[in-house]
Write a protein that binds this ligand. Sequence first.
Ligand SMILES: *Cc1c(COP(=O)(O)O)cnc(C)c1O
Ligand code: SF4
Length: 464
Amino acid sequence: MTVQFASPTMGSIQPSDLPSNAAPDLGHRDLREDEYWRGIPAYRELNADQFHDHRFQARNAVTSLAKLRVVVGDLVESSFWSDVEQGLRRSTMSMRVSPYILSLIDWRQPEIDPLRVQFIPLGSRFQPDHPELKLDSLNEQADSPVPGLTHRYRDRALFLALDTCPVYCRFCTRSYAVGLDTDDVEKLHFSAQPRRWDDIFAYIAGHPELEDIVISGGDMYNLRPEHIEHIGRSLLGIDHIRRLRYATKGPAVMPQKLLTDNDWVDSFTRVVELGRKQAKDVVLHTHFNHPNEITQITRAGLDRLAQRGIHMRNQAVLQRGVNDDIETMGALVRRLGYVNVHPYYIFLHDMVQGVEELRTPLQTAVVLEKQVRGMTSGFNMPAFVLDTMGGGGKRHVHSFEYYDSHHGIAVYTSPAVKPGMLFFYFDPIDTLDPAVQAAWAEPESRQSMLAAALEGARSSSLGR
Ligand SMILES: *Cc1c(COP(=O)(O)O)cnc(C)c1O
Ligand code: SF4
């Protein structure tokens, strides 16, 4: 087989090979700055100062169907509301949406709006769960030496500081703990209490191999300023801890807080500054999934952090109908770079209960990675990863030992985390051939598909 290169001979580059003078696509810089909330009946009378106040945003978060109907009024037809009602009944997450996000939804076509998809379930869109899916599919509880701390990787651990968030995402990986109990799920609770955290700090202090703590939850946006500082000082006070990341969905759903909650921003800044004095890294991890979540107010909030020398990185989740096309993913990556947020990870959607219609096949991530790389600088190029079921940790999507996209089964190894073990990822059933879908419904053929995949992975030369 011969391999062809685009420019086979040096020196024969034609002018047409050079970047063209055609108007470049700068759409990622077009950040909304109109008064978009005035399209929502309940917010029509508000001026910018009223709407862009974090207290207004927090107090008016929409947590029930009844309230949603009042806020959105007659913008949608009544059949839409019964669809939402069905969706909420089946969801493992309770609903909580900020006025900011609600205002950015295009209510002329809410069925396909990428922000609606993430926060408001529709019964008509549900797909049955994959037969191999479990509630805590990442097995976080099995790797928890102390409640609220997951210590899976040798040098880093995940600290669940609290179990509430400024919004609730339908697809939350920690639906076993985060948010209110729902009809289907009674949750573990991790409250924001310094006394509960003491056991966690003691464990970390007693494990010198730990260097890096992810402070998550729940969401640190909901931590009181003094708690942010207490956690930061306690962890930075441990000699072997070199890196902290505070993870929050906040800037994506309530950017106003970065501008109007000075106590909160100042507390976090003091932790960053304390870290800097000790030559330790304290950064903010954000969770933007779609370019529409980043508006002019987001930029103003993030600029404030950047001016204080605070570094930000983003972890996004790849979702069907949200960001699974080249144009949207490319715009997200470039817009993040534009507002000083490093795109760190794009996660293939975890296998979480009740959100099968949001997952994409592995193939989608492989194609997107290929297409997006090169649109911007390498340091602003996210790694496309998946978090393996069963605790193998994060793997680059391209690094599978075996992938059979026809049956929708991929197999990974994770030598540095769980040597010698194999880990599965399964494409959503509804994206497979009808005949294959039928095979998944039969326990016997299911077992033989799994066995064939394991056999394929074991015989792969890559796995050794
Ligand atoms: C993702 C994760 C981390 C951090 O991993 P990085 O690859 O360093 O971002 C740590 N602990 C757990 C349990 C995780 O899931
Ligand atoms: S903000 Fe994070 S922790 Fe909270 S519901 Fe969303 S994904 Fe889950």
